[in-house]
Design a protein. Structure first.
Length: 348
């Protein structure tokens, strides 16, 4: 009766990852449906509307099952190695296999984003072709309207999908697959830097609503329905704020951990460690911080052990005081730049 709990615990991360892009797809679909109902459907004849709905249904039936199957394979192909590594049965995995699995873990957000983006962008020509099956003449700019709808939905979906998959991958897979290695040292992994995260966020919160409004202007809505354009821009900004919240989980949380750990070390807690694996610039920074604290602790241990034997009465106390402040931390570790910078800051 105790078997299901560990089995579910091993499978739960992969079900979460498998469903991760669904939230982003639903957001993009909600916008796409709203846009189609309010702007594209009035331009269609009854026969074109029937062909348009049929094209959507056939595209969903033909295109999405292979894409979903590809995503599920990418995710669940990691489950067996995950269980082996978690149960410390990784002797059966070779070095090359581990490198390949780690690359897949690192690139999983890119795979999910690519699948979502392809699914959306390939829909535009399919729907334009479906309208051509009707004998009724196609309204001017209808193809452009379809492209606008698909493009904005694709931008919304891909940016949110990337952030969600990346957050879940770091939370569930990094601690297992990178137990004895560093994510940022893995060759072949496509790492999105902090600058890249900022560019992606800018794409979501700035580029998406602005470009959508420009496309609407070009499509002939310059003198029509200010409320509609305001709604499109407002939705774009709202989705951008959603991606900003996801970005904060990737950028702000590590900064808070570093701040709290630095304060703990400054107060004398040299057992502080930051247990956080990152593939971007935070990875080396966190490792250097942990290494720095380990050096301070080792210096303190040596000073307390050998200080009394060399006849220096305050050998074990003075460095300890230095190590408990940020300024003393730089002095003990022999980083004069850090020492001088903190002294100048305190004097100012």
């Amino acid at each position: 009766m105790t078997e299901p709990a560990p089995r579910f615990r091993n499978c739960a991360p992969f079900f979460s990852l498998a469903l991760a892009p669904l939230f982003a797809v639903l957001l993009g679909s909600a916008f796409n449906i709203w846009y189609n109902v309010t702007r594209i459907q009035p331009l269609l004849t009854p026969d074109q509307h029937e062909k348009f709905i049929g094209g959507i249904l056939w595209y969903n039936l033909i295109a999405y099952p292979p894409l979903i199957a590809c995503w599920l394979w990418l995710v669940f192909s990691l489950s067996k190695p995950y269980c082996c590594l978690r149960e410390e049965m990784n002797q059966s995995l070779t070095v090359d296999e581990m490198e390949r699995l780690r690359r897949r873990v690192l690139n999983l957000p890119w795979y999910g984003t690519s699948i979502c983006g392809f699914g959306w962008l390939a829909c535009a020509p399919a729907l334009c072709f479906a309208l051509r099956l009707s004998e009724d003449p196609v309204a001017p700019m209808i193809d452009f309207q379809i492209v606008i709808s698909i493009l904005i939905a694709a931008l919304i979906t891909t940016t949110h999908a990337f952030y969600i998959v990346e957050i879940l991958t770091q939370k569930f897979l990094y601690p297992v697959f990178f137990k004895d290695s560093k994510p940022y040292e893995t060759e072949g992994g496509i790492i999105l830097s902090l600058r890249g995260h900022g560019i992606l966020w800018t794409l979501s919160i700035g580029f998406c609503p602005i470009v959508s409004l420009l496309l609407l202007e070009y499509a002939g809505y310059g003198e029509q329905s200010f409320a509609f354009k305001a709604a499109v821009g407002g939705l774009g900004i709202a989705f951008g704020l959603g991606s900003a919240f996801l970005l904060s989980k990737l950028v702000v949380d590590p900064i808070h951990k570093l701040r709290d750990a630095a304060r703990a070390v400054a107060s004398g807690d040299l057992d502080t460690r930051i247990d956080l694996l990152r593939a971007d610039e935070f990875g080396p920074l966190i490792d250097e911080f942990n290494h720095m604290v380990s050096e301070v602790k080792e210096k303190q241990r040596l000073q307390e052990t050998f200080g009394p034997h060399v006849g220096v009465s305050d050998f074990g106390t003075r460095p300890r005081t230095r190590g408990r402040t940020p300024c003393g931390l730089g002095h003990v570790l022999r980083y004069p730049q850090l020492h001088r910078a903190i002294l100048c800051h305190g004097a100012g």
